[in-house]
Design a protein around this ligand. Structure first.
Ligand SMILES: [Zn+2]
Length: 373
């Protein structure tokens, strides 16, 4: 153990420096143990004084005692400082800002299909269309016969149908209906389109009339990215003395303009549906590429438009002028009244508006998908 006065000075300065740079109470206690504990460096130095001669002992002894006093003084000062510091930071951690806004609770929202249906309803209602509803289980009469699709008609094959088992007592009809319904026992099915609501509505309301009927429909078919066994349709019907295809074109063009919030154009192509004559497929000029079939990205590169399959037009719905036989089925004189009917696929609209590429996602119940809307 070196015990000259220079060593005492070095030891003292080293100890003080270490105390001052100490940042927590645990390290500080450890320092105290290392310097002035039972086997601490300063303790051992003081113990070794006995081996020196009197003169040296007095000189170094004084220095060593001073060093110890200084160590204890610095130690107490630092300890006080660290205690205060820890108290203050603890206080800060536990501090509560009572003016801070509360944490938001997770909130649910409407399914994208419900949102689309509401938007479509609002637009048609603002154009004077009434709202109607009908049952999802329909009779053969309302779903087919009254719409000019008799049992023997090959057009029935256009709709893959879920037929329901005949009730035990087939005379007892589940659904109230027309005189024809009472004449023959009815077969029941899950409605394949919303068109039966046209019949039900016209049985009650006499023309002129404007009505829409959104609802769920069913098809007995294999599912893939574009087909589901059930989906949503919005039926439209307008009957008057001089309602023409031009009225239809104007109304549907206005609907798409408001729905997609973009200027658009529609075109009609001849097509066949048993309940209309003439019938047409309706194409909408692609609102995503403005009918060009491609878009230009930020880098100036040409990119094919996937929404319209690069053709610039999107086949969006079926429509036509209501067939005289349909009007006759509801005792409405086709010589006096005429009008148009259409059916829009709401799933198709949702898929286009939100760029969804698989219809099955809409029915998956997958929160990762649904939370995006
Ligand atoms: Zn396009």
């Amino acid at each position: 153990m070196p015990n000259d006065s220079q060593y005492v000075e070095i030891l003292q300065s080293k100890a003080i420096t270490e105390i001052q740079s100490c940042s927590n109470l645990k390290d500080l206690e450890e320092l105290s143990h290392r310097y002035i504990g039972k086997k601490g460096e300063l303790t051992l130095l003081l113990r070794s004084l006995g081996t020196l001669d009197e003169k040296e002992r007095k000189k170094i002894g004084q220095k060593a005692n001073k060093a110890r006093e200084m160590f204890e003084r610095e130690f107490a000062k630092k300890k006080q400082h660290l205690i205060m510091h820890e108290f203050e930071s603890g206080e800060q951690d536990e501090w509560i800002d009572i003016t801070a806004p509360g944490a938001k609770l997770p909130k649910g929202h409407l399914h994208p299909l419900t949102q689309i249906q509401r938007e479509a309803k609002e637009i048609f209602q603002s154009m004077g269309f009434a709202l109607a509803d009908g049952p999802e289980i329909e009779s053969e009469w309302y779903n087919f016969d009254a719409l000019n699709i008799p049992a023997s008609h090959p057009a029935r094959d256009m709709w893959d149908t879920f037929w329901l088992k005949e009730p035990e007592n087939s005379k007892q009809n589940l659904l109230s209906g027309t005189a024809i319904l009472k004449e023959k026992p009815q077969k029941f099915l899950l409605r394949t389109h919303t068109s039966p609501v046209q019949i039900r509505y016209m049985e009650k309301i006499k023309p002129p009339l404007r009505v829409i009927a959104p609802g769920r429909i069913f098809r007995y078919e294999a599912t893939d990215a574009r087909h589901e066994i059930n989906f949503y349709q919005l039926e439209g019907l307008m009957i008057g003395k001089d309602v023409s295809a031009a009225h239809f074109k104007g109304i549907i063009q206005e609907f798409f303009k408001r729905f997609f919030e973009k200027e658009t154009v529609v075109r009609l192509r001849p097509s066949y549906f048993p309940f209309v004559e003439p019938g047409f497929e309706v194409d909408m000029r692609c609102v995503f590429c403005a009918g060009k079939g491609f878009s230009i990205n930020k880098e100036g590169q040409k990119k094919d438009c996937s929404s319209c399959g690069h053709g610039g037009w999107i086949e969006i719905m079926g429509a036509g002028m209501v067939h005289p036989n349909v009007l006759k089925a509801v005792k409405c004189d086709p010589k006096e009244w005429q009008g148009f009917a259409f059916g829009i696929g709401l799933d198709r609209l949702a898929m286009m508006k939100y760029k969804i590429n698989d219809i099955r996602l809409l029915y998956s119940g997958d929160m990762r998908f649904l939370e995006q809307f």
